[in-house]
Design a protein around this ligand. Structure first.
Ligand code: HAM
Length: 430
């Protein structure tokens, strides 16, 4: 037999890792509740056309795409936004706006595996649909900040930009959408020089190239200063100026609303996805050089899928990548410690009783296991210790005749006799 391994880019999560990943997911779900986002569950398999439209070259060529047995061209979802936009354009078309929707689950991209980048990964995704106002953008930023805070991540920072600035300049210079997308893909990969070479080849005016070069270089922590600097350089490019004004409004509102987080505003920032039309952002921690989450405004996707013109803004957080960041920063999941009990029958005849007592414990809400390895008492206690069980219950013939068992507190190393009916309550109290 060959030795089976996971397929390249795929992972197993062993109990401790799974626990951390589920903790991040539970925190993300709690955040959805606090912000009023309702969960929807969409399929892992969607039509290729849907997922490919506006996702961007980078994602398109990395999709797990195949023809199913019915001859349909399908793919495993690489993200949630397309599925949500499909829902909003079709089944949920008549729902009153704004719609706040939340999704979580696994996604698939044939990315080159590296630390924090896998071919199967998990996201928590939030989409706020129906508002074009800056307060909607602020909500998505604030929600992301809250997730980072709730998970106690340290030194995280946001990278923020607006696709309208670059697209505004390129559009004014008569660069078509396809070419603009190619420029954006290069910028997403920080290949600024190649982007400039491409731009020069597109017959952009000398002044235009100079402006773009300056814009690519403009970044900083003080958003007012950065935006002022960009504004000085993009005079005459009206669409770029209104994009800048929109970004300024979002960031002023964020700062006035009291949300505090580190940010770097980058005028030449682009994201791989093509559907963005407004503010875009990503969030990072110093320990990992790939983003923990990213999002932005996409006002035309719903329309593209046949719905009414519907503005929208959203974000997705990489659940397993965040778990990795927490491990790097040595942040344990804040899961309250609960009692865990092993019920040990002292002889083979007492197995039935051990099983019955374990049922009673679980009914009382206590996690209970039965010793199933026929170990001696000493060995069973050693094993319980090794696995960090909080209690053991010893089922012995003499005690049982009086309706009692021995409850042993493994931490305090104390034991006492307890009535079987009271056992659950006693464990929870101690
Ligand atoms: P994205 O930037 O492609 O955006 O992905 C969001 C997050 O998913 C990333 O920041 C990262 O944490 C995680 N992620 C992406 N690819 C991988 C991978 N190969 N391995 C591990 N984690 C990964 C979107 O997906 C958009 N749909 C976000 C959005 C929602 N925009 C508007 N609404």
């Amino acid at each position: 037999m060959p030795e089976f391994r996971t397929v390249r880019g795929m992972r197993d999560f062993l109990p401790e890792e799974a626990n951390l990943v589920r903790y991040v997911e539970a925190t993300a779900r709690e955040l959805a509740r606090l912000y009023g986002y309702r969960e929807v569950i969409t399929p892992v398999v969607e039509s290729y056309e849907l997922l490919a439209a506006k996702s961007g070259e980078e994602i398109r060529k990395r999709m797990y795409a195949f023809t199913d047995l019915g001859g349909r061209r399908v793919a495993l979802r690489p993200e949630f936004t397309a599925s949500i936009a499909r829902l909003v354009a079709t089944t949920m078309r008549n729902e009153p706006k704004p719609l706040r929707l939340f999704c979580t689950g696994s996604l698939y991209r044939y990315d080159e595996p590296q630390f924090g980048r896998y071919r199967e990964f998990w996201q928590s995704d939030y989409e706020l649909v129906g508002s074009k106002n800056p307060e909607a953008d602020v909500e998505i930023l604030t929600l992301t900040n809250d997730l980072m805070r709730k998970l106690e991540l340290k030194n995280y920072w946001f990278k923020i930009g607006h696709v309208g600035i670059l697209r505004g300049i390129l559009g004014h210079e008569n660069v078509g959408e396809e070419e603009q997308n190619r420029v954006m893909q290069l910028l997403d990969k920080k290949r600024w020089d190649e982007a400039l070479t491409l731009i020069r080849g597109l017959k952009v005016s000398e002044g235009g190239v100079k402006t773009l070069k300056k814009v690519f270089e403009t970044r900083g922590k003080d958003f007012r200063r950065v935006l002022k600097g960009v504004e000085r350089r993009i005079g005459g490019y009206d669409d770029a100026l209104s994009a800048l004004a929109n970004l300024r409004e979002i960031l002023e509102l964020t700062s006035e609303s009291g949300a505090e987080f580190e940010m770097v505003v980058e005028a030449g920032f682009a994201r791989g996805l093509e559907y963005y039309t407004g503010m875009i952002f990503e969030v990072f921690v110093p320990e990992i050089d790939v983003a923990l989450g990213g999002g932005g405004r996409y006002d035309r996707l719903v329309e593209l899928f046949g719905g009414e013109s519907t503005p929208a803004v959203g974000v997705a957080h990489g659940i397993d990548r965040i778990a990795l960041a927490m491990s790097r920063q040595k942040i344990p999941p804040r899961i309250p410690k609960e009692p865990r009990v092993v019920v040990i029958p002292l002889s083979a005849q007492l197995k039935t009783w051990a099983l019955e007592i374990s049922l009673k414990l679980r009914e009382a809400g206590v996690c209970a296991e039965v010793e199933v390895m026929s170990r001696t008492l000493t060995r069973a206690l050693q094993d319980a210790d090794r696995r960090g069980m909080t209690h053991t219950v010893l089922v012995a013939p003499e005690e049982l005749r009086e309706g009692l068992v021995v409850l042993r507190d493994m931490e305090k190393r104390e034991q006492r006799r307890v009535r079987v009916e009271d056992l659950g309550r006693e464990v929870l109290r101690s």
